[in-house]
Design a protein around this ligand. Structure first.
Ligand code: PRX
Length: 701
């Protein structure tokens, strides 16, 4: 299964993740607990009618009406340039006003952000909506007056999980600047490449943060970012540094005068300043979020102001059941789409209190999340299957020790196996909370499939039917719909647009069309949305009851602990090592993280370097180019790659060997004997490099 556009690389990974996905049996349904139903935002069955197919696209007005518009919109959807859509056309709004200012009359003193630092003895820090307003305004004044940024300019933000991250995002939004947050765990080089692609001349970073009991020097990454951006043709003239502890420098990396400035040293000038929010067109871009695809170059998914904000506010209300009195904790990192939509924009648009935790969920012990949740009074909790597996493995009895009272438990990012699901339901939720498994993507802005928590029964191991207004289909290779309950896997597609859908890939509209729409488009000239089903790139099964089971990616994306990495990106990094002639990266099933990348490299003729040394360099190259998160579980230095007669590396065979499963038909190989040699090598030796140090979960994507 593959996109048939020019993007599809010649030597793609031949095995699909769906092929090695866990195939657990269909589970029975569990009704939502009555105490949840009686209080839920969306408990009226009439909601189904309001969001039915016939009501498309006007049903999404209900989401837009959750926002304050500076100028009302005239049309819900303009699809005359399909598959490029405009939502809430003619409307104007500001995202920061919607997330802050409009809550001030009723909720100024209510916490907006509850920051929990990692050190075990550090108390939580509450930031009220009033204080958030002050801090966002001061930062906006600094960006406008010191950096001379104007609406439409891009700003790259490479920061850890501290309140200054959402403050910077909202300050950008206040001015109409397009923020591009790069996950703090990515390397400086990765941040710099993204800064170059987006054309950012300002980088906002931090000096340090706590992770797993260690103070990490984050500013050490900044120089690599500036150099990589320059190599990509973009000069970064300003690096702004937030201090983890105001007034102190926790980084040992020297600063470059003229380029690098401590934000604390500047903020005094803007103390108490307010900045008039810029009323943006509904379709003005709010942010870019880079994600991995089938090529080595990450794509900047461009999300709109009006459509995106409406969609995340609407789904936060309908699926996460949030309202202003809630304390809500999503354990994702803001550097991923889950954090943007469901830590920052959705919860704040609804006036809820959103918890931000700096560190590792299992630090200093696996009881930590439940202690934090109890102390802060968290009612809705959101995390990834990897974190659930990890917390269960390390502390199966921990949740019940602390007496948390959750009413809703959310999971995202990977398939969750029924066993882990049941632990989450019974041990974390005490059987009193609804569990919602949400499926969606960076590109989709918000949740696409989930059970409607008060209206649908739960089914462990399956995400739900479509979210309100979303009507997914599963298509076969020829574009035919596979009927529900037939038991045949296909490609999950959304046959219509929705407000959270990205607008385009930054600077590359052709790639947007090729990647997501070409596969099932029947008429390239058509400007009717019905001709352009959205192709998500996931394999799926549709059960007779309309519930979707996601089987995994059908392309070269590897989902590690719910984090999305491109096999091609990792391969490009491996090829930076001069001794390496060829590299192939395959996903290997992992008990904890779902999938992990395993690298195979073949060396240039005549290389005499010991394999262990080359493997070490490969690991270092991957960490430098992408970050520790992409560190391969193993690097195998092999005599040759299994290849077709036309010279393509057969990754399917390598994946089969690594997963201890079938390698498939090897008769078409140009060099079938190499398969046995590799099998023998893997059996006889420990991998040249194995991940060292504790396996850590990175929270949700
Ligand atoms: O394969 C699907 C998997 O994560 C991919 C999207 O990754 P990303 O863009 O990083 O966004 C993750 C958070 C929304 C999807 O193509 N995925 C996401 N949620 C689920 C999932 N797989 C199974 N079940 C899910 N609930």
């Amino acid at each position: 299964m593959r996109g048939n556009g020019p993007e599809a690389p010649a030597a793609r990974t031949e095995i699909t993740e769906a092929e090695i996905a866990a195939h657990w049996k269909e589970e029975s349904l569990l009704p939502p607990p009555p105490e949840f139903v009686s209080q839920a935002n969306m408990r009226d069955p009439a909601a189904r009618e309001r969001f039915s197919r016939e009501r498309f696209p006007d049903c999404f007005r209900e989401y837009a009406d959750l926002l304050r518009w500076d100028r009302p919109f005239e049309r819900v959807l303009a699809s005359d340039r399909a598959p490029f859509y405009r939502w809430f056309v003619g409307g104007r709004l500001n995202a920061s006003t919607n997330c802050i200012d409009r809550h001030l009359p009723l909720h100024a003193d209510k916490p907006a952000i509850l920051f929990q630092p990692e050190p075990a003895e550090a108390p939580p820090v509450a930031i009220s909506y009033r204080e958030l307003h002050r801090r966002v305004n001061e930062m906006a004044a600094l960006l406008r007056d010191h950096c001379r940024l104007v609406a439409g300019d891009r700003v790259t933000i490479h920061m850890p999980m501290v309140p200054e991250l959402p403050i910077t995002m909202l300050a950008c939004a206040r001015l109409g600047l397009v923020h591009s947050v790069v996950f703090g765990g990515f390397s400086g080089e990765a941040a710099g490449r993204r800064a170059a692609d987006s054309g950012s001349r300002v980088l906002v970073t931090s000096d340090a943060f706590w992770r797993n009991g260690v103070l990490v020097d984050h500013f050490a990454q900044a120089e690599g970012a500036v150099v990589a951006a320059r190599e990509g043709g973009q000069e970064i003239d300003t690096v702004l540094i937030w201090s983890r502890e105001p007034g102190r420098s926790l980084s040992r990396t020297p600063e470059l005068p003229g380029r690098d400035t401590r934000i604390d040293d500047l903020l005094g000038r803007y103390s108490g300043r307010t900045v008039e929010p810029v009323a943006m067109d509904s379709e003005a871009p709010l942010f870019l979020m880079y994600t991995s695809g089938t090529t080595g170059r990450p794509k900047g998914c461009q999300h709109s102001t009006g459509g995106y904000l409406s969609y995340v506010a609407g789904t936060s209300r309908a699926i996460l059941d949030l309202r202003p009195e809630d304390v809500y904790w999503c354990m994702a990192d803001i550097g991923w789409i889950t954090g943007h939509s469901y830590i920052v924009y959705g919860p704040l648009a609804l006036g809820a209190a959103t918890v931000l935790y700096e560190g590792l969920p299992t630090f200093p012990d696996p009881g930590r999340p439940w202690r934090i949740a109890k102390q802060l009074g968290v009612g809705v909790f959101h995390t990834s299957p990897t974190a659930i597996r990890q917390l269960r493995r390390l502390g199966p009895e921990e949740p019940r020790k602390y007496g948390c009272r959750f009413r809703l438990l959310v999971t995202v990012g990977e398939p969750i196996e029924p066993e882990a699901w049941r632990w989450y339901y019974r041990e974390v939720g005490g059987g009193r909370a609804v569990v919602v498994d949400t499926w969606w993507q960076t590109e989709t802005g918000g949740i696409l499939c989930a059970t409607w928590p008060a209206l649908d029964a739960m089914k462990p191991g399956s995400t739900g039917p479509g979210a309100p207004g979303i009507h997914p289909v599963v298509l076969d290779e020829h574009g035919q719909e596979i009927p529900a309950g037939e038991g045949r896997a296909g490609n999950i597609c959304i046959p219509h647009p929705w407000p959270g859908l990205m607008q385009t890939i930054w600077g590359d509209p052709d790639r947007y069309v090729e990647q997501y729409f070409r596969k099932y488009n029947r008429d390239p000239a058509s400007k009717d949305w019905r001709a352009w089903p959205y192709f998500a790139g996931d394999g799926a099964l549709l059960a007779a009851d309309g519930y979707v089971r996601i089987l995994g990616r059908v392309d070269d994306v590897i989902n590690v602990a719910g984090h999305r990495l491109g096999a091609k990106e990792i391969e490009s990094a491996c090829l930076m090592v001069p001794e390496v002639a060829e590299a192939a990266v395959v996903p290997v099933a992992d008990e904890l993280k779902g999938r992990v990348p395993v690298v195979f490299v073949a060396l240039h003729h005549g290389v005499t370097e010991p394999p262990g040394e080359v493997a070490r360099r490969v690991v270092l190259a991957v960490e430098t180019a992408i970050g520790k998160i992409a560190r391969p579980k193993a690097v195998h230095v092999v005599p040759d790659m299994p290849k077709t007669r036309s010279g393509k590396i057969l990754r399917r065979v390598l994946a089969g060997i690594s997963n201890g499963s079938d390698t498939g038909d090897t008769s078409t190989l140009a060099n079938p004997e190499v398969v046995e040699r590799i099998v023998a090598q893997l059996q006889s030796t420990r991998p040249a490099t194995k991940e060292d140090g504790p396996q850590e979960t990175e929270g949700t994507p």
